[in-house]
Design a protein around this ligand. Structure first.
Ligand code: 5HM
Length: 320
């Protein structure tokens, strides 16, 4: 068990670099691997490592969480924040395996509900349930051997114990440098969102991975990450109580900012809780970086210090 994600991230990267169990070569990539890796994070809100050399994209992290929670599978939204995802799309418009949103949040099936709706309803009626599991990878994903995008996550499970909502994620494979950072951000965000919907405290987050690996192409980045001493970190901010409606409101802003059809300023979105205004402010910062090419001090002032620090590390030459 680790108090926050950052020491877990450093520990996994250190072990993979210094004591890997296997060397693998599959689908054109050389990697080192440790099998059957599990760890727990005591405070899943502390989901962001503050490591300059990682150059994490905190805007993409929020976009991906929103993309999942709103049940989307389109490249149009997600590739706007991470263009490299285009190469995983078989049809040029959608993602299949990587798009966990439709599998978790799209309503349908015999009862017209999503997996997420069902497990939340279950926990409301049977708090101690062991059945609150949502399945992601599908049996038919290996039918086409050339499928470029097979889900890496097998499933997510909630366990509500003593009014705290714990989550376990089960993954067949996880890229420790890039994939794990995004996956743990998104899964713990979904966990906190679910806890807020249920009106309970956030519990622990546990990550279980069959093949934890480090691709050889990322080795130098890992050396740079591990050479950086841990710094005093920024305190995590708690999500306020939510309804599903807040997602539409944030998504509406995201869509317009992505299209560059409006801007978001200090006087906008006053009806929204500061937590969600902060998320919209990140999308505004992205709009400025991509459309205007540089950031203004007024926009950076909208960001809380941790987010601002991450943006400075990722886009140093776009700073005012
Ligand atoms: O050969 P394979 O299908 O496993 O290649 C996909 C790789 O993408 C995974 O092994 C993993 O390294 C990475 N990945 C990840 O870490 C992919 C996804 C998309 O589902 C993810 N995390 N969420």
């Amino acid at each position: 068990t680790f108090p926050t994600f950052e020491p877990a991230y450093r520990r996994v990267l250190t072990e993979l670099r210094d004591q890997p169990a296997h060397s693998t070569w599959t689908r054109g990539k050389a990697a080192v691997e440790i099998t059957n890796v599990s760890f727990t994070i005591a405070d899943p809100r502390a989901r962001t490592p503050y490591i300059a050399a990682r150059k994490a994209n905190i805007i993409f992290n929020h976009a991906e969480a929103l993309w999942y929670l709103t049940g989307r599978d389109d490249l149009e939204m997600i590739a706007h924040y991470a263009p490299t995802l285009r190469k995983f799309s078989a049809d040029g418009y959608t993602l299949t395996g990587t798009a966990y949103g439709p599998r978790l949040f799209t309503t349908g099936g015999a009862d017209g509900r999503s997996q997420f709706d069902r497990v939340l309803a279950l926990l409301r009626s049977d708090a101690d349930s062991k059945r609150a599991a949502m399945i992601i990878m599908r049996p038919d994903e290996l039918v086409d051997p050339a499928n470029p995008d097979v889900a890496c996550t097998l499933g997510l499970q909630f366990m509500l114990r003593r009014d705290r909502l714990h989550m376990s994620a089960y993954m067949r494979g996880n890229d420790a440098v890039v994939g794990m950072l995004g996956d743990i951000f998104a899964f713990t965000f979904i966990q906190e969102f679910a806890a807020r919907l249920l009106g309970v405290e956030v519990g622990t987050y546990s990550h279980h991975v069959g093949s934890m690996h480090l691709n050889m192409e990322d080795r130098e980045k890992v050396d740079a990450i591990l050479a950086e001493p841990p710094r005093p970190t920024f305190r995590p901010v708690a999500m306020p109580p939510v309804t599903m409606a807040i997602l539409s409101e944030v998504a509406h802003w995201e869509e317009r900012l992505r299209a560059n059809s409006c801007a978001f300023g200090a006087d906008d979105g006053k009806g929204m809780h500061p937590y969600w205004r902060q998320v919209v402010a990140l999308f505004e910062v992205h709009r400025q970086i991509t459309q205007d090419g540089s950031l203004t001090p007024e926009k950076l002032d909208l960001l809380r210090p941790g987010h601002r620090w991450l943006i400075e590390q990722r886009w140093p030459s776009q700073q005012p």
